[in-house]
Design a protein around this ligand. Structure first.
Ligand code: F6P
Length: 322
């Protein structure tokens, strides 16, 4: 293997730049040439790629977003698109590829590998933390800290006005961001898709909180919750219990940006380093994650088919402590 390439795909996540930097510099350290592919799989199809030197990745470790840009590629879902991508890899004499992204990215990589038998390894890059085979995805730690800080601020104003806030956080169909942010901010309740939302239970909890004269209440809602989004749930609660002055905040894409946390940068650096060595050691079609603080390899197929499990004790914590 003489030349490898790296791309970021799907929703960007803080820490992706730290991972790119690590792949590029580890690759060069190992005597490889490293290409950057721009705009995810779209760049692979259009041939938008160029060699990256050590200085091309200077001063990016602390930046959110991705210097390689990202995309959700429709063209790569087609056989023709993937064939063009393979032709471009051949033309540019690329021998191996590191893809950084989430389940959509790994689904694409898996199909591509089956069709073209090309060496690919993946790094988990998504704020959602919803991939099986790693305890933490790149972006998750920063996103939960962003959500926590935002909710802390909301609590200040909620307190001042004795209000109940429903705060919606991202996570697609997973509740990892909601759960951690909820525990960290002492939320009254956390509503996540992994656990059935019972409105009666929520309302009786809010009634207790109101009766205890607590001056602010926060309910963290995962965007994929089975009872609906924060606005819908707030409406349903309002119909049955309107003692509280209710407000809704959607944190949205603020959770995707910002400077990666220290843990994020360190994990991304380690994963980038491992990705290059994995390619050199003959790993293919696998995601490289961290499980119990150790490097773990999981096939793309497994990582996308299963979600890692929610920590149920955290749900209990919210109930008891919130
Ligand atoms: O997968 C990351 C994520 O931010 C999800 O939490 C969210 O549902 C989705 O991407 C939003 O995607 P987009 O930026 O395309 O609107």
């Amino acid at each position: 293997m003489k030349r490898i390439a790296v791309l970021t795909s799907g929703g960007d996540a803080p820490g992706m730049n730290a991972a790119i930097r690590s792949v590029v510099r580890t690759g060069i350290h190992e005597g490889l040439e490293v290409f950057g592919i721009y705009r995810g799989y779209n760049g692979l199809i259009s041939g938008d790629m160029r060699p990256l030197g050590r200085s091309d990745v200077s001063n990016i470790i602390q930046q959110g977003g991705t210097i390689l840009f990202s995309a959700r590629s429709d063209a790569f879902r087609t056989k023709e698109g993937r064939a063009t991508a393979m032709a471009n890899l051949r033309t540019n004499e690329i021998d191996g590829l590191v893809v950084i992204g989430g389940d959509g990215t790994f689904t694409g990589a898996h199909v591509f590998q089956q069709e073209h038998d090309f060496p690919i390894v993946g790094l988990p890059g998504t704020i959602d933390n919803d991939l099986f085979g790693t305890d933490f995805t790149i972006g998750y730690d920063t996103a939960i800290n962003t959500a926590m800080e935002a909710i802390d601020k909301i609590k200040d104003t909620a307190n001042a006005h004795n209000r109940l806030f429903f705060v919606e956080v991202m996570g697609r169909d997973a509740g990892f961001i909601a759960l951690r942010a909820g525990v960290a901010t002492g939320a009254e309740a956390v509503l996540i898709p992994e656990s059935e939302t019972k409105l009666d239970h929520l309302i009786s909890k809010l009634e207790d909180t109101y009766a205890s004269k607590k001056t602010s209440s926060i309910v963290v809602v995962a965007e994929g919750d089975d009872a609906g989004g924060a606005f819908q749930i707030a409406e349903k609660v309002k119909e049955r219990f309107n003692d509280y002055d209710i407000r809704v905040t959607i944190l949205g894409h603020t959770q995707r940006g910002g400077r990666p946390t220290c843990m994020e940068r360190v994990r991304a650096g380690k994963l980038g380093y491992e990705a290059v060595h994995a390619l050199l050691d003959g790993h293919r079609n696998e995601m490289i994650g961290i499980v119990n603080n150790k490097i773990a390899f999981t096939s793309f197929e497994r990582s996308i088919k299963h979600h890692q499990r929610i920590d149920r004790t955290l749900l209990e914590l919210v109930d008891i402590l919130g």
